[in-house]
Ligand binder design. Sequence first.
Ligand SMILES: Cc1cc2nc3c(=O)[nH]c(=O)nc-3n(C[C@H](O)[C@H](O)[C@H](O)COP(=O)(O)OP(=O)(O)OC[C@H]3O[C@@H](n4cnc5c(N)ncnc54)[C@H](O)[C@@H]3O)c2cc1C
Length: 382
Amino acid sequence: MLENWDVVVVGGGPAGAAAAIRAKQLRPDARVLLADKADFPRDKACGDGIAAHGREELALLGVPGLIDDYRPARGLSVVSPGGARVTAAVARPNHVVPRTVFDARLVDAARARGVEVRRHRVRALTLHDDHVVLDGALSARTVVAADGANSAVRRLIGVPPAPDRHTAIAVRGYADVPADDDVQFIAMQKDGWPAYAWSFPVGDGTANVGFGMMLPRLRATGRPGREVLHGRLAELLPDLPTRDLRAHHLPLSPGRPRPGAGRVLLAGDAASLINPLTGEGIYYALLSGRLAGEAAAEAGADPLAAYRRKLRGALGRHLRTTDVLARAAQSPGFIDAAIATAARHKEVFDLLVDVGLGAGTVPAPIALTVARRWLWNGLRRG
Ligand SMILES: Cc1cc2nc3c(=O)[nH]c(=O)nc-3n(C[C@H](O)[C@H](O)[C@H](O)COP(=O)(O)OP(=O)(O)OC[C@H]3O[C@@H](n4cnc5c(N)ncnc54)[C@H](O)[C@@H]3O)c2cc1C
């Protein structure tokens, strides 16, 4: 016996919850199932940083106050690999909310809107012209695959996993910090570049701290991943004992695949939607999940074509921008020039935040200013 659903969403992280909520918003009568292999609340390795852009997505999903009880973080300080530093107030505050809390609240919001939430690990899938069957038991008109960086559904529909050269790996932990510390700190690392460490105060006397680097760089050390990541974090924060260490892969957007096959739509990390400059993925997850939920709710003959159009409209130019910037950023000198320029010009700082945490693009005059400084620094060094 097959259970029939209009939409089955696989994975209850921000991408999956957003998809389920949006499908129900647009079609309250639709039968929507949210299936996750874990019960909520559950932990997820993450820096817990939720950009202002992500809060805009929460408003679109009808849950504008979801994280209002968390303190806004107005300061951001970034040190480039070569030691250029910028510290400034962000135009719109970011938030830091542990994922055990954030994800569970989103899943509760989905449930409150009539989404059925069920513990279920998807292991098998069959594509048909007008429906999809999961595990021989669930039949859906459309499936939204939001099952994260190691997406089983992505593999089952024949979309290859993210290539190593476009995959990062990061470890996060929690540490005690002064309760009034409200500056998000990012220290880029020359050693093993591209790599960076962060400290994101939550606002309750703790901070999410972590360290991330590209997967091929980690493999090249020839040492166990855990030893390298934990060791680097301890080196960087020698006076700050960290607890609850947990690591995970980050499939970066330059390695993004086609976002689905047949009536299966990939969203969030399953679609390799993580910003290659900052590791930001929650905003992209909420946005792509919302758009996948829309395409699924419309229930047209070709939901994948509709989803691709929506994604292109929302993120196309931005993703092409970050593809180019990620290539330029292979040279630490480029990032040094960008951070040094941001330290002098607040509009460049705001723009970098928008590109790194939102859907911003770079106007030609600003690209030229940074390129000139990069060239000038290079010539001086030469
Ligand atoms: C260390 C680290 C730090 C990061 N810091 C930040 C940050 O500060 N800010 C930011 O914006 N982004 C950050 N990111 C990226 C961010 O965590 C991800 O982009 C985000 O979690 C993506 O959300 P998602 O919903 O696509 O996937 P996930 O949050 O990974 O959710 C996937 C869900 O799918 C479920 N699932 C998996 N397989 C199955 C299956 N077969 N069947 C059913 N369910 C399944 C899982 O249980 C999980 O609940 C960080 C990532 C890492 C690793």
